[in-house]
Design a protein. Structure first.
Length: 80
C-alpha cells in the first residue's frame, strides 16, 4: 500500500499520460478496479463535480466480460 506522498508522486508522474485519468480516479476515489473499468462519460457531471458509481465489470465466461449492478443499494453511490 502506498502512503500519501507515494500516491501523490505516482499521480503527478503520470500527468500527460493516457493513464493519468484512470490512475487519478483510482487514487483519489478509492473505487475498485472493476468499478473504474465500468465507468461511462455519462457518470461524470463536470458542472457538479460528481462521479456516479452504478456498475462494475465482471468476468462472465472465459474471455468475456459483462456489466453488473452492485449487490446492495449502498453500492450505487455518488462521489463528490
Amino acid at each position: 500500500m502506498l502512503d500519501a506522498d507515494q500516491l501523490r508522486a505516482l499521480v503527478e508522474g503520470l500527468k500527460g499520460s493516457v493513464l493519468f485519468p484512470v490512475v487519478a480516479v483510482a487514487a483519489y476515489s478509492g473505487e475498485r478496479r472493476n468499478e473504474i473499468l465500468a465507468l461511462r462519460w455519462s457518470d461524470l457531471n463536470v458542472a457538479n463535480k460528481t462521479l456516479r458509481i452504478e456498475r462494475a465489470v465482471e468476468e462472465a465466461e472465459k474471455y468475456a466480460i459483462a456489466f453488473k449492478e452492485p449487490k446492495t443499494a449502498r453500492g450505487k453511490r455518488t462521489i463528490i
